[in-house]
Design a protein around this ligand. Structure first.
Ligand code: AMP
Length: 513
């Protein structure tokens, strides 16, 4: 028999010999407490046994929409351990969004927070889901109560590298979310690469302040810590003062650019506070050069910026070791070992060094395709098997990669992806609306802010404030436009296409420099 390629098995190999050492210290909220490595081993076994007892079909999806908690992370690990497919959902998603994901993924099990049970369960049962459990951030709910009845020993399911481990929903400008299918091998290869590239080692202490429904917090941060037997200081919510309070005992921090902006607003961010730190990492959205410089000035540390996406996990990184070069602000560094990254023109021909084009990638980390969308998958891969990221960028003489923008018009606000087409279609469905355009404009805190421009039907009166209030009940808060303008016409080019670049230009100063 070939060796078991289950990602959980590989992560567990990183646990330290002393299983009674502290693995996770949850420092805020009702879930605060200490977890040893043995707790992780036992709790994931009980949860995996619970899943096994449900006798689910092979390849079943386990969809999870809960607040961030250590138990939610343990559930992810248990799903891997039992060999099912983990499907995390953003806690901000509202009913219409959950309905789409559950309808598309057809999960066998849905886990939600108790306060959402009444509507999530209805959606799930209607879609044919057999089991709906609750999990709250204070460790209450039916999931843990049921798991407590199971054995704390469990033999991890045998999995091959190509077997599906997780589905992460992402989207294009079409507004229809796509489920990126990631295998045990995709996730493990990337985790091992990052462990070596970023010098993870026993004794590291990671401040984990990111959400765990996204590639950054769920995979990059958690895998790194587990694989190297490093302790995590676990924050259910990012709170700059709490991060600062724990910096003296920490060695690593990962954040989206917004978190760095918030840290910089704290007078307590000083060289002394950061003296024990080994590495600050940023990603998920472009880090402004001003933030990069200001952070170096204040903390004495040069942020390491990296680039990745749901479909591929991490693709490139600025160097960790000085002998590999300097960390250059405004760039995302070099392709990671094993990752192929090229820039091509509109015809798919390779660009010269320094020329801007579409970024395409290949490697063991690149996903297998979009869930139940073979046509879409085919479109997004080249004939020679490279994935078209949809990002626009360039590679300079030194081999450093710079991201210029996103060909798909994606907005990244506070580290979250916002797809204009989805918001536009929600707005367009409102009474009295003829059409709309949604763009991202610079925002000092969120990186980008969502701005909507709406045209009313002839003779109809639309009220911007009322529309914004209505949107808040229909879509996640981070997608709700920060400003909404009602105008007579949208700017269009000769081909009839809305010129979003003009709208961006017009509104770029809305939130200051
Ligand atoms: P997601 O799938 O949510 O992780 O979003 C992936 C997208 O975020 C990428 O395709 C990029 O457009 C963007 N992104 C991630 N990291 C960076 C970065 N360091 N700089 C600029 N854009 C980034």
């Amino acid at each position: 028999m070939t060796s078991n390629q289950n990602l959980f098995v590989a992560l567990r190999k990183g646990f330290p010999a002393n299983l009674d050492a502290i693995a996770i210290e949850a420092v805020d909220g009702p879930g605060a407490g200490l977890y040893t490595w043995r707790d992780i081993e036992r709790a994931t076994a009980m949860l995996a046994n619970l899943l096994d007892s449900l006798e689910l079909p092979a390849g079943s999806r386990i969809a999870v929409q809960t607040e961030k908690s250590v138990e939610a992370l343990l559930l992810y690990l248990a799903v891997l351990r039992a060999g099912y497919v983990y499907l995390p959902l953003n806690t901000a998603y509202q009913a219409g969004e959950i309905e789409y994901f559950v309808g598309n993924a057809e999960p066998a099990v849905v886990v939600c927070s108790g306060r959402n049970f009444h509507w999530v369960s209805k959606i799930a049962f209607r879609a044919g889901t057999q089991h709906v459990f609750t999990l709250n951030d204070d460790r209450s709910g039916s999931l843990l109560a049921r798991a407590a009845q199971h054995s704390d020993r469990h033999e991890p399911a045998q999995r091959a590298a190509g077997d599906l481990a997780a589905i992460l929903y992402t989207s294009g400008t079409t507004g229809r979310s796509k489920g990126a299918m990631l295998s045990h091998g995709n996730l493990l290869s990337n985790a091992l690469t990052l462990r070596d590239y970023w010098g993870w080692r026993a004794g590291d202490v990671l401040i984990h302040a990111l959400p765990i429904f996204h590639v950054h917090g769920l995979f990059v941060a958690s895998h790194g810590a587990l694989l190297s037997g490093s302790k995590m200081v676990w924050l259910a919510r990012f709170e700059p003062k709490l991060v600062l309070a724990h910096l003296p005992e920490a060695t690593l921090f990962m954040g989206v650019p917004t978190l760095y902006v918030r840290l910089l607003a704290e007078p307590g961010l000083t060289r002394a506070a950061c003296r024990h730190m080994r590495l600050f990492i940023s990603g998920s959205a472009p880090l402004l050069i001003e933030t990069f410089n200001a952070f170096r000035e204040r903390s004495g540390h040069t942020i390491l910026e990296r680039y990745g996406m749901s479909e591929t996990v991490m693709l490139s990184s600025n160097p960790y070791r000085a002998e590999d070069g300097e960390r250059r602000g405004g760039t995302v560094g070099f392709p990671l070992p094993g990752v192929g990254l090229r820039v091509v023109d509109d015809q798919g021909r390779p660009c010269a060094r320094g020329e801007i084009g579409g970024i395409e990638v290949t490697g063991p980390n690149v996903f297998a395709g979009y869930w139940r969308m073979p046509e879409k998958t085919k479109e997004e891969f080249t004939a020679d098997g490279w994935f078209k990221t949809g990002d626009v960028g360039k590679i300079d003489e030194r081999g450093t990669v710079t991201i210029i923008g996103r060909s798909k018009d994606l907005i990244i606000s506070g580290g979250f992806n916002v797809y204009p087409a989805e918001i536009e279609s929600t707005i367009n469905a409102m009474p009295g609306v003829a059409e709309s355009a949604v763009v991202g404009v610079p925002h000092p805190d969120f990186g980008e802010a969502v701005v909507a421009v709406v045209v009313a039907k002839p003779g109809a009166a639309v009220d911007g404030a009322a529309m914004t209030a209505a949107l808040k009940t229909q879509i996640a808060n981070f997608k709700v436009p920060k400003r909404l303008f009602v105008v007579d016409d949208l700017p269009r080019n000769a081909m009839g296409k809305v010129q979003k670049n003009l709208l961006r230009e017009q509104h770029k100063g809305l939130f200051g420099d």
